[in-house]
Design a binder for this molecule. Structure first.
Ligand SMILES: Nc1ncnc2c1ncn2[C@@H]1O[C@H](COP(=O)(O)OP(=O)(O)O)[C@@H](O)[C@H]1O
Ligand SMILES: [Mg+2]
Length: 342
């Protein structure tokens, strides 16, 4: 990526009142060397806002690192964050500098903070509070000066109330909280964003110009709820542009790229074997006396939600581990969490 492409990538587009208020809030809090939490649904622009907070601070020319706390195991995350000594664990053939050390004098953006284990949360609190940490497998205390920006798409105070997130860490992190409104709550941003992504795609395709959207395409985009927010809009627009005739207004907007008469319906690898294995745990419905009628779907949804909560609690809300424990892919688990508003 060239510098100008990166600059373009950082451009924040939006003109809704909610978005303009957000920008003001960001300029206000950016210069302070205090932790900030950025809360919002997936795809609302949390990472972009994190970068903006860094580049508007006096640390702008210092290091800026991003780390997703849900993407890797607890052990790996610990050594990513704090580094490790040579021989600290099997496979640690060399010592390693962690992100905290590398981000000294700069900013560290911690995405999906809610999936961090309680143990790592404690280490995080220590480094925020006292600037102190140890590399994994070392006893020598090191010091560092890093501004933390945390991001989450869940209700952290509710998690803290249930004991799934440390209250003291939450207090420390939430000096200020920036909550990003979902795209459906900022209608006025939809078309400017669509235009922006369309122009970007036109450049990428080396076409001469962007012929615009048809009125009905604009209507379609304005009427849609955008559950995946700006990320989804970007995908939808880029797909629509590249499929469209280079010199005719883009008229066809398709939201679901999987849509096809040949889509494999309900085929999920792994499910069939488990069902055939016959060792699936008995559900209460199989053993209870049942009184009819009852709403099967409602019952199953409640059961699903209950099992999900149990499994999350059993795995300290680590989504990767919970997904594994339930035989789900990470994306499937995320889908369920969204369904139940976790
Ligand atoms: N206001 C905005 N202007 C331009 N691009 C945006 C804006 N908000 C989000 N994006 C783009 O949408 C995508 C998702 O944003 P990201 O920050 O990764 O969201 P999140 O971290 O909340 O899931 C990225 O490609 C980002 O560049
Ligand atoms: Mg993100």
């Amino acid at each position: 990526m060239s510098d100008s492409e990166r600059a373009r990538d950082q451009t924040l587009i939006g003109q809704s009142d909610a978005f303009l208020e957000l920008l003001e809030h960001i300029s206000l809090v950016a210069p302070l060397v205090k932790p900030v939490l950025v809360i919002g649904e997936r795809g609302t622009g949390k990472e972009l806002i994190g970068a903006r907070l860094h580049y508007l601070s006096e640390r702008w020319d210092g290091p800026f690192f991003k780390l997703n706390c849900a993407a890797i195991s607890e052990e790996l995350l610990e050594s990513e964050l704090f580094g490790h000594a040579q021989g600290a664990f099997t496979g640690a053939t060399k010592s390693r500098v962690g992100r905290f050390e590398a981000a000294d004098g700069g900013t560290l953006f911690l995405d999906e903070l809610a999936s961090m284990s309680l143990r790592l949360q404690e280490k995080l609190l220590r480094v925020i509070e006292y600037g102190e940490y140890d590399r994994v497998g070392e006893t020598r205390t090191r010091t560092v000066d890093v501004r933390i920006i945390g991001a989450a798409n869940v209700d952290l105070p509710a998690m803290a109330a249930r004991g799934a997130f440390r209250e003291d860490l939450l207090d420390r992190l939430s000096f200020d909280v920036i909550t990003l409104p979902p795209l459906r709550a900022r209608q006025d941003d939809i078309l400017p964003l669509a235009e922006h992504f369309a122009e970007g795609m036109v450049k990428q395709l080396r076409r001469e110009y962007f012929p615009g959207f048809s009125a009905s395409a604009e209507r379609t985009m304005l009427d849609y709820a955008w559950p995946g927010n700006v990320r989804e809009l970007k995908n939808v627009v880029e797909r629509a542009v590249y499929r469209a005739h280079p010199s005719r207004a883009v008229a066809s907007i398709e939201f679901d790229p999987f849509q096809s008469p040949w889509r494999p319906q309900g085929v999920v690898p792994g499910l069939a074997e488990r069902e055939q294995g016959g060792d699936a745990p008995a559900t209460p419905a199989q053993t209870e006396q049942i009184s009819y009628p009852y709403d099967l779907r409602e019952y199953l949804a409640a059961e699903e939600q209950h099992r999900l909560e149990q499994a999350l609690a059993a795995h300290q809300h680590h989504q990767g581990k919970t997904a594994e424990a339930l035989g789900l892919s990470y994306d499937q688990l995320r889908g369920l969490l969204r369904k139940y508003g976790e």
